[in-house]
Design a protein around this ligand. Structure first.
Ligand code: SOE
Length: 380
């Protein structure tokens, strides 16, 4: 039976453009989805690069002006995978044009942009989703199921960190592909919006709203050369960010992110400690979930290291046979599978723009607290 097409218009051909494109191409090989994604067009500023990307990934056409993409009648979904300073304008125009809007994280560069995006999507009544992909690591989805089943009981602690080391050298320039993350005008913030946003999204999903924070940030390298002008520019992003938080459920949390933790490339770890059970996960070992339950027979009680490859585990029935693991790119495929199912049932799976706004509220509070040295209440 032929499936209904879902015609995709992607903006951006960098790292995230590749992860999304791969997901659209792979999803129906593994998941029994109600729509068939059709790669209609990819849009980017550099004509030669966007044409090469279209050719490689099988997009039917390439555009260099996103306005044209949004105006096209043969496109159902605008997927924004371009740098953060483009998110709000494109998302708002796409919503007004009645498209389904997907956006890479973070939602906007700041709370104001993010609020405008939520308002535009909700006013237009269009389906929307943000690519916080780590929710869909099967081990993390299992953690969510365990929490929802009430296995942990009252939660006392949440702990998360996201450590990288790629900007330690003062010679790393800013601006241009990938390096726009070091320019606050483009990115909005540094590791708070880029890395801690992931930790915050998962934390809220697993443990509920965060009510207040107290934070410290640091910029270790104060000037970097711009690849665009060749001149030195002041670095205005936070290179490192750490905060304490209180959740609405009364639990206490610590969060840390940096790009200066030598030896760590993408060490995202999380841990939740409840009165009956604890859960821990590590992106460098993403196919395992660590679980400790007090009700186990005392003689055998200890941390279980669960290899998440069984058919009973979230998403895993669709993949290989037990014992064989999957990886990073699959999280995006899972997100597309959930997107297609949600659209068919008119019941979108999160994170929605509004869910992502809650994360932006925490990011904003962290940055304000780092500036003022005060505890700050989170508001979205
Ligand atoms: C930064 O290096 C980065 O690519 C983030 O922008 C992504 O969101 C994260 O998943 C991996 O690291």
């Amino acid at each position: 039976m032929s499936k209904k097409p879902l015609r995709i218009g992607l903006v951006g051909y960098g790292f995230m453009g590749r992860t999304h494109s791969n997901a659209y191409r792979q999803v129906d090989h593994f998941f029994d989805v109600p729509y068939q994604p059709e790669l209609k067009a990819v849009c980017g500023r550099d004509r030669a690069k966007v044409a090469a990307f279209a050719e490689r990934w099988g997009y039917e056409s390439a555009e260099t002006d996103w306005h044209k993409l949004v105006d096209r009648k043969d496109i159902d979904v605008i997927d924004i995978a371009s740098p953060n300073d483009t998110h709000a304008e494109i998302a708002i125009a796409a919503a007004q044009a009645g498209k389904t809007v997907l956006c890479e994280k973070p939602l906007g560069r700041n709370l104001q942009e993010s609020r405008a995006m939520v308002e535009a999507a909700e006013r237009a009544g269009v389906a929307n989703m943000v690519w916080y992909n780590y929710r869909r690591v099967p081990a993390v989805t299992l953690a969510k199921q365990l929490v929802e089943e009430g296995r942990c009981g009252r939660v006392f602690h949440y702990r998360a960190k996201f450590l990288q080391d790629w900007t330690i050298s003062a010679k790393v320039p800013m601006d241009g592909q990938g390096l726009w993350r070091l320019n606050a005008d483009v990115a909005g913030s540094g590791v708070t919006g880029d890395l801690l946003a992931h930790c915050i999204d998962t934390a809220i999903w697993l443990n509920g709203p965060i009510s207040e924070v107290t934070a410290a940030t640091e910029t270790f390298v104060k000037e970097r050369e711009s690849t665009l002008t060749g001149e030195k520019r002041e670095v205005k992003i936070d290179d490192a960010s750490a905060f304490l938080a209180r959740f609405a459920n009364g639990s206490l949390a610590t969060f840390e992110a940096t790009r200066y933790a030598l030896g760590h490339k993408a060490l995202y770890t999380l841990e939740l400690n409840g009165e009956n059970a604890s859960i821990a996960w590590d992106l460098h070992d993403l196919h395992r979930l660590q679980y400790f339950e007090y009700s186990d027979d005392g003689r055998l009680r200890g941390w279980r290291s669960i290899h998440i490859t069984e058919g009973e585990h979230p998403y895993m029935k669709q993949w290989w046979v037990p014992g064989l693991q999957i990886g990073y790119e699959h999280t995006f495929i899972h997100q597309v599978a959930d997107l297609l199912q949600g659209l068919a049932e008119n019941k979108m799976r999160g994170p929605s723009f509004r869910d992502a706004l809650a994360t932006e509220g925490v990011v904003d509070a962290v940055l304000e607290s780092a500036r003022t040295g005060q505890w700050v209440k989170c508001k979205a």
